[in-house]
Design a protein around this ligand. Structure first.
Ligand code: FE
Ligand code: FE
Ligand code: MG
Length: 168
């Protein structure tokens, strides 16, 4: 734990930031697995395009988990050690892709990204000028989540249009 790095926090306890980050850390692992397994079980029209996007997003979520765990350790915390605790501490939970239809999968994944956007936006509201390093990190992650939502929504819209056109 590096003292000077922690001393620059203003009007916020390191433990508060660690708690916020640990919840997000759980979200990222659950999101990683959700998109990973969605890309495996998905069926239906345009599934190859959706698989490509979900696979990229899963890799991004794993990268986010890496970035967040590094910051938790910098702040003197410990990332959640037990996968069994992920659901308990997460903000967004986990949506199992029980229906493999491409529309259902896209709908679930879009909701996941929307929850991530809300979560990171709330974290930024809390830490704003209080922890600049975390603020910068979370801003970068938030920008990825916004891109994820847009990518999936545009696939969903294309699919809908295609189905309407051919009255499927
Ligand atoms: Fe993420
Ligand atoms: Fe995402
Ligand atoms: Mg993408």
């Amino acid at each position: 734990m590096a003292k000077r790095g922690i001393s620059i926090l203003k009007d916020i306890e390191a433990s508060t930031v660690i708690d916020l980050l640990n919840r997000a850390y759980c979200d990222e692992w659950l999101a990683y697995y959700q998109y990973f397994i969605e890309a495996k079980v998905i069926k239906g029209l345009m599934k190859d395009a959706v698989i490509a996007e979900l696979t990229l997003h899963a890799a991004d979520e794993l990268r986010h988990a890496t970035l967040i765990s590094t910051r938790i350790i910098q702040l003197g915390g410990t990332p959640i050690l037990h996968p069994g605790d992920w659901l308990k501490h997460s903000n967004c939970g986990y949506d199992a892709p029980e229906n493999p239809d491409v529309r259902s999968i896209l709908d679930q994944a879009i909701k996941g990204e929307q929850c991530a956007i809300t979560t990171y936006s709330n974290i930024l509201d809390i830490i704003r000028t209080k922890d600049i390093v975390t603020y910068d990190l979370v801003s970068q992650i938030l920008a990825d989540e916004v891109e994820h939502e847009e990518d999936l929504q545009s696939l969903f819209d294309d699919l809908k249009e295609f189905m309407e056109q051919f009255k499927l």
